[in-house]
Design a protein around this ligand. Structure first.
Ligand SMILES: Nc1ncnc2c1ncn2[C@@H]1O[C@H](COP(=O)(O)OP(=O)(O)O)[C@@H](O)[C@H]1O
Ligand code: SF4
Ligand SMILES: [Mg+2]
Length: 322
């Protein structure tokens, strides 16, 4: 399969404050990660809140600056060094869908204005009636009707607002969609509708999707491969079957043990492996394995040195004991 994105040793750091009495601090939000994205796949990126998922997604879209490393898009453009002209090219092919569908839409703009904005920005010479035709066709694609075109976001439900957000991303006919917690804010039944819509669109348009979520139940449903992040690092990466049925990393095991099982008998007998404590601060990540402060299997070696990622049974896993 063709690689559409090749990420190598990518870091996204944020400098905090600093002043007369305070030293500058650095948030290691994404701290040196390597992975590829293949054309047509849905790659799930999971991990607790604060582990760096959005920082990564935003860096891949140009919303955060890449501190170091590289992210090669379509074998041509390194996003770490892309010029504004190259970013325009990338944005024609890679679009982002935000978490909060209602907040993401400008309340002063009509649906037509919201959906057409990226098209008008990137193709300023396109004729008005051509833009309108594209808006109407894209609205139909996501299950919105023509008579909604001149309405405002406030007149829509959360699920419909997310359809508007998806239409805005799709009007450019991108190859990749980055969905950052795009269904997390929705009610259960609406969530299912939007997930089904994304799956249908993916097949119809041969999209590649980066699906970011803290919800492993949803990720299991929609993704082909899964990347598990913890404190800016990759803990485990592999195809869905390998991750769910042959979990190798203690952090992935803990995350999966907390996912409800549909079978009530299994659900009653299941052992939930609670994670003690909170995610450490990415300002001062642990010296050894980043998971060592919470890992039930941690020993002195884990606390003293950092494991390197290795391939075992078709997983990429970062653990001395896997
Ligand atoms: N612009 C920023 N400036 C400083 N710190 C940030 C910024 N954006 C994110 N962070 C920090 O980076 C870490 C990762 O955050 P984030 O990428 O939002 O995680 P997630 O999406 O997995 O919840 C957090 O500690 C967060 O506070
Ligand atoms: S390296 Fe050690 S602390 Fe880190 S996940 Fe493996 S067992 Fe746990
Ligand atoms: Mg986030």
């Amino acid at each position: 399969m063709k690689k559409i994105l090749e990420v190598k040793n990518l870091k996204v750091h944020f400098e905090l404050g600093g002043g007369m009495f305070k030293a500058k601090r650095v948030v290691h939000a994404v701290d040196g990660i390597d992975f590829d994205v293949f054309e047509g796949e849905t790659l799930g990126i999971v991990g607790e809140s604060g582990c760096g998922k959005s920082s990564l997604a935003r860096a891949l879209c140009g919303l955060n600056k890449i501190t170091s490393g590289s992210a090669l898009f379509a074998g041509k453009i390194d996003l770490a060094k892309a010029s504004s002209k190259e970013w325009n090219e990338v944005h024609k092919q890679m679009q982002f869908i935000f978490q909060d569908p209602v907040a993401a839409l400008d309340p002063r703009m009509t649906v037509a204005e919201i959906i057409s904005e990226p098209l008008i920005t990137l193709y300023p010479d396109m004729k008005k009636d051509q833009v309108l035709q594209k808006v109407l066709a894209t609205m139909k694609l996501v299950g919105l009707t023509q008579n909604q075109v001149n309405r405002y976001p406030q007149e829509f439900s959360g699920g419909q607002c997310q359809r508007i957000g998806i239409a805005r991303a799709l009007i450019l006919e991108p190859k990749i969609l980055i969905c950052d917690e795009s269904v997390s804010a929705l009610d259960v039944s609406i969530k299912a509708q939007i997930i089904n819509l994304l799956q249908e669109l993916q097949q119809q348009l041969k999209l590649t999707i980066l699906f970011i979520s803290h919800d492993l139940g949803v990720v299991k449903h929609i993704c082909n491969r899964i990347l598990v992040m913890y404190l800016g690092n990759i803990m485990e990466l592999g195809n869905k079957q390998a991750i769910y049925s042959n979990t190798l990393h203690p952090y992935t095991k803990a995350l999966l043990s907390a996912v409800p099982v549909a079978n009530p008998t299994l659900e009653k007998t299941k052992q939930i492996q609670l994670l003690e404590g909170d995610l450490p601060s990415p300002v001062n990540p642990p010296k050894g394995c980043v998971f060592s402060t919470r890992c039930p299997q941690a020993d002195d070696v884990c606390r003293a040195s950092r494991p390197k990622g290795k391939i075992i049974q078709e997983h990429f896993v970062t653990c001395f004991k896997a």
